[in-house]
Design a binder for this molecule. Structure first.
Ligand SMILES: Nc1ncnc2c1ncn2[C@@H]1O[C@H](COP(=O)(O)OP(=O)(O)OP(=O)(O)O)[C@@H](O)[C@H]1O
Ligand SMILES: [Mg+2]
Length: 202
C-alpha cells in the first residue's frame, strides 16, 4: 500500500498479515475501514461510566476497541523495531512510567491542563506502543485524559482548517509532525502553540 502520509509508521509483512479484510488494495479503502472501526470505538468510549484512563489495561483496551475489527494485533503491544519508538521490550516499562508520571503531574498540578495533556500525548506517540494506529489512539487517549482526569474540553486536533481544504489539512499535519520532532528534542513550545496550550512557565 503506497502513499503513506508524512510521519506514518510503515507496517512489517507480519503486521500486514493481521489485516482482517484480505480484499483491501488501497490506502483509501483501509482508511475507511479503520475510520468505521474508530466510530464504534468512540461509541464504546462514550458509554463508559467510569474510566481509569491512566491504567495500562485502559491503554490497550482502547486500542482494541478502535482497531480490533480491522487488525488482529489491535490492543497488543508492538513486537518489532520502528523508526519511531522505544525498543519493543521497553514498551511496557516506559508506558508504566508515563502513566505514573502523568498521575503525579495531575496530583501536583505540575502544568496547565492542555500543556500536561500535550506532553502526555507526545510521550505516548514517542513510545509507540502499537504496530500502527498510535497517532489516532494517542489523540483519543489525550482527549480522554483531558475529559476524565482534567475536566477540560478536548483538543482541536484538526486545527482551525476546514476538513475539505486538503492543502490546509496537509500543512497542518506537517506542522503537527514537525512539532512532535521538536518535542523529541525537548522543545514543547511548537506543540503548545499549534494546539493552544498556554505558554509554559519554564
Ligand atoms: N518524531 C516523532 N516523535 C513522536 N511521535 C511521532 C513522530 N513522528 C510521528 N509521530 C507520531 O506517530 C504517528 C504515526 O504513527 P502510526 O502510523 O502508528 O499512527 P496512526 O494513527 O496510524 O497515524 P495517523 O496519525 O496518520 O492517523 C503520528 O500521527 C504522530 O502522532
Ligand atoms: Mg499509521
Amino acid at each position: 500500500m503506497s502513499e503513506e502520509p508524512d510521519g506514518a509508521t510503515p507496517l512489517d509483512p507480519d503486521e500486514r498479515e493481521g489485516l482482517r479484510f484480505k480484499h483491501v488494495q488501497t490506502r483509501g479503502e483501509l482508511d475507511r475501514l479503520e475510520q468505521a472501526n474508530i466510530v464504534d470505538g468512540l461509541r464504546w468510549l462514550n458509554r463508559q461510566k467510569t474510566l481509569d484512563v491512566l491504567s495500562d489495561a485502559f491503554v490497550y483496551r482502547l486500542h482494541k476497541e478502535l482497531f480490533g475489527q480491522v487488525w488482529r494485533w489491535a490492543g497488543q503491544r508492538r513486537q518489532t523495531e520502528k523508526n519511531i519508538g522505544v525498543a519493543p521490550h521497553q514498551v511496557d516499562v516506559q508506558l508504566r512510567n508515563l502513566l505514573d508520571n502523568t498521575r503525579h503531574q495531575i496530583d501536583h498540578k505540575a502544568y496547565p491542563p492542555v500543556e500536561l495533556a500535550l506532553r502526555f500525548h507526545h510521550r505516548l506517540v514517542q513510545i509507540h506502543v502499537f504496530p500502527n494506529g498510535n497517532g489516532r489512539h494517542a489523540r483519543i487517549m489525550t482527549d480522554a485524559l483531558l475529559r476524565h482526569c482534567l475536566h477540560h474540553p478536548p483538543i482541536r486536533w484538526a486545527g482551525p482548517t476546514d476538513d475539505r481544504d486538503l492543502q490546509a489539512a496537509a500543512a497542518h499535519r506537517s506542522a503537527y509532525i514537525r512539532a512532535l520532532r521538536e518535542a523529541d528534542a525537548r522543545n514543547t513550545a511548537p506543540l503548545l502553540k499549534l494546539f493552544g496550550g498556554e505558554p509554559s512557565r519554564e
